[in-house]
Every structure is written in structure tokens, then in C-alpha cells.
Ligand binder design. Structure first.
Ligand code: ADP
Ligand code: MG
Length: 535
């Protein structure tokens, strides 16, 4: 008896579907791409239960006649290429003819479409890949696709879907990227009837960034447009004053297709080097345009990593154009501010004192720091904490701790007796906060500081979803954060230890950290303590 057998079409279909349809967000991506491929400039995305029960995409594209509509959900059916040479001229997102087939294989799909040319449109229903119904239906030009009960017939996959907040966040990511990459299109998204995005046709690029990345980022973006060789690089980069703790606010598009690119991440690191603290990243929305024949489109739909023909050149161009922009705007922060007496580390941080990289520069700064400024004695002006303290206190500190210098706003150098100690200020700070928050949680302590001027924070739709999840965790940590309409929140009180800190940045950062922990389903309170300390 032979052990090898041919798989049934049904099994093949379901396996193939798994490659394209990983999660609700991938359905949204494929369907919206189809809408834009169909020439739509208005797309509405309605979601129920994070796409698990319903994903509805409606567009005003060219639509399909009945005979095309019948073919669309079949495997390997496409209107976009005929033979392999067409790939070189491709200007559509799709061409494999597998998205609708894959989606139909693992859900219940209802399509209503009209070309606006014939008497009426058509309604089609497919369930688990089998056509159930086809009949005429009224519709203005365009297509509406409803995907219901995703993975109803593949329980194994259904089980692996993440929490609704995580799946919804992934859909919001996808929708947000389309808002950024289609600046002349109207894109709306609702979830459970609530508006998540509403971008009109006339919405400017900056307004689009405000909607997707939040105004804290959008209002500090610098425009960039640079062509070299076959590359055109354009879009927006953030000033060094606006940073995030991860690279999620760096969004890249190649010929309007969202991609991830280590090369571009690295190029930005390089371009901002010496302007940002370690572990901080700028925001960027960058578009790269390359002639269709010099980019490999034959990448798998769910694989977002691209490889460029001449990656080093692209990196070089990116670094050069970002640097040139800063030079032009003269926004490069000035050096040497940290030697000023009475200036605390906090000020230095806010000015984004560049980290010193060049050794001779370090030497210079060091000597400068040690040289007493006019009217100050060496000891007085080089004390880190003593500068603002009364003379007697300064002496006590001196006896206890020896001489203390601060270098580059990053390191504390302590010279006492025969020893020299170098303290990474940031790490030391983190530890202090860590102990504090741990204690606060274990003792249910209340240590709140009411803010004289409550801080308003505008969250992105994705952050707002997380905030709803994390409200209680923030409360335990002694934050008082109240909703303030749309995706805005008002911070009324904060843990006392955080007074004088940049609250906006901390909240954004903690939400960014938490999105990972939510996905991993780990203990949130504990994770939050760690985030809060790092921040
Ligand atoms: P591909 O996009 O790779 O061609 P799909 O399975 O995504 O494959 O779609 C199959 C075909 O269905 C497309 O080539 C297109 O002709 C048609 N189609 C899909 N969605 C739409 C839409 N929203 N409007 C008009 N035609 C569509
Ligand atoms: Mg497609």
C-alpha cells in the first residue's frame, strides 16, 4: 500500500489560504489593495469583533460584471497579468490571483459589485470556497466585500488568533498605512460602529500623520524630497526632539507598498547618530520610488521585508538627505551646554545633548568641564548635586561621595580616595524608579502628585485601544488618566516620583512597550513596572 496520496482540493485550498490569510489584518490589507487596484479613491472599512465576525470593505472602484465576479474567488484568477513578462510593468498591488480565493476558502464571503455600466450589479455568496448564490443586486459603481466568521472551518487557525485588542491594533496599523500612502484618497474605518479613522480626500499629508501617528509626532515632522540615480526619496522625518523607544513610528513605502527595511532603519540610526540618546528612535514616513523593473515584486504577500537592488546606495542617499535637511534647517542642537552651572541633567536631556562619539571631542569636553568657570571654584562647579545645595550641604556631600563630575549628561564620574567609579546615569536612575514602583505596587501605596496643569495626550487610534486595556494598570501605578473625547486623554495626576518628567513621552512609551506584552499575554503589572522604570 502506498503511503503517499494526493491532497483533496479542499485541503490544498485551506493550506494555501493559510499563507495569505494569517489574521484579520491580512484580510483587510488584501481587500483594500484590491480596492486601490480597482482605481478606487474612497474606501470604507467596517470591523466587528476585531474582524473575527465581520470585515466589510466598500469601495468606489471599477467594479466587476457578473461573469468576472464568478471567477474572482477562484484560485489563480486575476485581471492584472496575463503572462510572466507583465510582471516587469506591474503597477498594481496584486497579481497572484489568490487573495479572494484564500479568503473565500476560510470564511463566508458576500460580494456586491457593479461597474455602473450595465443595468444592475451582482451579488455573490461563497462559503468555504463553494459558491452558494449569485443574483442581480442594486449598487452604485464599486464593490462591497463582506467577510464573515473568519476561519469558521479551520478551528486550529481560529484558536491561534490573538486577543481582540491585539488583532484590532493590527488592523488599525494596516488601515493607517493606507491613509499615509494614499494621500488623495478618502479612507474611513469603524470598529463596532465607532469611528477609528476618517480621512477625507483633501486631508493634507501632515493631517494624515496626525490621524495615524498622533499630533505629538505629526507636528514635529520635517519634509524631505530628494532624488538620486534611480531613487526618489520623499516624505517626513521627525526633528531630534521627538523620539520613540522603538521603530514603530518609522514607516516606509516602496512604490506605495508598505515594507519593512533594516537598511532604512539603519540609515536613520546613522543619520541621527549623536543627536539621540541610546535606545531612542526618530519617527519617519518615507516613500521610496523606484522604476517598476528594478524592484522585485515577486515577494510573498505576507513578507514585508524588501531587498533593494543597491541597498548601500539607498542607505547613503537616506543618510545624506536627512543630514542635508538638518544642515539646511540648522536644527542640529548646539554642543557644550552641559558645563553650565546649575543646569541639571533634565535640561540637558530635553535639549537632546548629542552623545559624544569622537574621542578627541570627549577629551575636549572633559577638559572644559574640569576647568573652573569664572566665579566658581573647581569643586563647586563640578558637583553634580551640590551646585544648587547650600555650601555646608555641598561639603557634606563632598566628604561622603568624593568628587563627582558629570560627563555628557550621561555618566557620573566619582573620584574618592583611590578609586574612580563611572556610573551610567540612565541605568542608575532606572534602578531607583524600579525599586520605587515595585514598592508602590506591593504595598498598594498611594503616592500621587496632582498636576497643576493637567496634561492632554492625543493618542493614535491604536494607542487608544491599548489605553482602554491598561486603564486599571495605570491606576495601580498612581496615574489618574481620564478620557477626553475621541482619542484624547487628560492626565490629572501622576506618581509623585515622575513629577518634572515628560509625561506625554512616558505615556506613549509605556503604551508602546505594553503592546508587546499584551500580545505575549504576560503579567501586565509587572511589565508596566519595568517599562515605567526604563522611561
Ligand atoms: P489579484 O489581486 O492578485 O488579482 P485577488 O484574488 O485579490 O487577486 O482578486 C482577483 C480579481 O478580482 C482581481 O484581479 C480583480 O480583477 C478582481 N477584484 C478583486 N477585488 C476587486 C474590487 N474591489 N474591485 C474590482 N475588482 C476586484
Ligand atoms: Mg489582490
Amino acid at each position: 500500500m502506498s503511503k503517499i496520496r494526493m491532497l483533496s482540493a479542499d485541503v490544498v485550498g485551506k493550506i494555501a489560504a493559510g499563507e495569505v490569510v494569517e489574521r484579520p489584518a491580512s484580510v483587510v490589507k488584501e481587500l483594500v489593495e484590491n480596492s486601490f487596484d480597482a482605481g478606487a479613491d474612497s474606501v470604507t472599512i467596517d470591523i466587528e469583533n476585531a474582524g473575527k465576525t465581520l470585515i466589510r470593505i466598500a469601495d468606489n472602484g471599477i467594479g466587476m460584471e457578473a461573469e468576472d465576479l464568478k471567477l474572482a474567488p477562484l484560485a489563480h484568477t486575476t485581471s492584472k497579468i496575463k503572462d510572466i513578462d507583465d510582471l516587469e510593468r506591474l503597477d498594481t498591488f496584486g497579481f497572484r490571483g489568490e487573495a479572494l480565493a484564500s479568503i473565500s476558502a476560510v470564511s463566508e464571503v458576500e460580494i456586491t459589485s457593479s461597474t455602473g455600466l450595465s443595468d444592475s450589479g451582482t451579488f455573490l455568496k461563497v462559503e468555504g470556497g463553494n459558491m452558494q448564490k449569485i443574483r442581480p443586486a442594486a449598487r452604485v459603481r464599486g464593490t462591497t466585500i463582506e467577510v464573515k466568521n473568519l476561519f469558521f472551518n479551520v478551528p486550529a487557525r481560529k484558536k491561534f488568533l490573538k486577543k481582540e485588542s491585539t488583532e484590532l491594533a493590527a488592523i488599525i496599523d494596516v488601515a493607517g498605512r493606507f491613509i499615509l500612502s494614499h494621500p488623495a484618497s478618502e479612507i474611513k474605518m469603524t470598529s463596532g460602529g465607532k469611528i477609528i479613522f476618517s480621512a477625507g480626500k483633501n486631508m493634507s499629508p501632515v493631517e494624515r500623520m496626525r490621524v495615524v501617528l498622533g499630533s505629538d509626532i505629526a507636528d514635529h515632522m520635517i519634509k524631505l524630497d530628494h532624488s538620486e540615480g534611480k531613487y526618489r526619496l520623499h516624505g517626513y522625518i521627525s526633528t531630534p526632539a521627538v523620539t520613540r523607544k522603538n521603530r514603530l513610528s518609522q514607516v516606509f513605502f516602496v512604490n506605495r507598498r508598505f515594507v519593512r527595511s533594516r537598511a532604512l532603519n539603519n540609515a536613520l540610526d546613522e543619520a541621527y547618530k549623536s543627536m539621540l540618546e541610546r535606545g531612542r528612535y526618530p519617527a519617519a514616513v518615507l516613500f521610496i520610488e523606484i522604476p517598476a523593473d528594478s524592484v522585485d515584486v515577486n515577494i510573498h504577500p505576507t513578507k514585508l521585508l524588501v531587498k533593494f537592488e543597491d541597498e548601500p546606495l539607498l542607505e547613503k542617499i537616506t543618510v545624506a538627505s536627512v543630514r542635508a535637511k538638518f544642515e539646511e534647517l540648522k536644527t542640529l542642537p548646539r554642543r557644550g551646554t552641559f558645563g553650565v552651572p546649575g543646569k541639571t541633567n533634565e535640561h540637558v536631556r530635553e535639549e537632546k545633548q548629542p552623545a559624544l562619539t569622537d574621542l578627541s571631542e570627549i577629551q575636549k569636553e572633559f577638559e572644559y568641564n574640569l576647568k573652573p568657570a569664572k566665579g566658581y571654584s573647581l569643586n563647586e562647579r563640578s558637583f553634580y548635586t551640590a551646585a544648587a545645595a547650600p555650601a555646608s550641604a555641598a561639603e557634606n556631600i563632598f566628604l561622603k561621595y568624593g568628587k563627582i563630575f558629570q560627563i555628557g549628561g550621561c555618566y557620573i564620574i566619582q573620584i574618592k580616595d583611590d578609586s574612580l567609579t563611572i556610573i551610567d546615569q540612565h541605568a542608575a536612575h532606572e534602578r531607583v524608579y524600579y525599586e520605587y514602583f515595585k514598592k508602590m505596587i506591593s504595598e498598594h501605596a498611594e503616592d500621587m502628585q496632582n498636576l497643576l496643569f493637567p496634561v492632554r495626550i492625543d493618542l493614535t487610534p491604536k494607542e487608544a485601544v491599548l489605553m482602554e486595556k491598561l486603564k486599571d494598570n495605570f491606576k495601580i501605578l498612581n496615574f489618574d488618566i481620564e478620557p477626553f473625547g475621541d482619542n484624547s486623554y487628560i492626565v490629572q495626576a501622576i506618581p509623585a516620583i515622575l513629577k518634572d518628567r515628560n509625561i506625554k513621552e512616558i505615556v506613549h512609551d509605556v503604551l508602546a512597550d505594553a503592546s508587546g506584552a499584551l500580545a505575549a499575554k504576560s503579567d501586565l503589572n509587572d511589565e508596566m513596572v519595568k517599562y515605567m522604570s526604563c522611561r
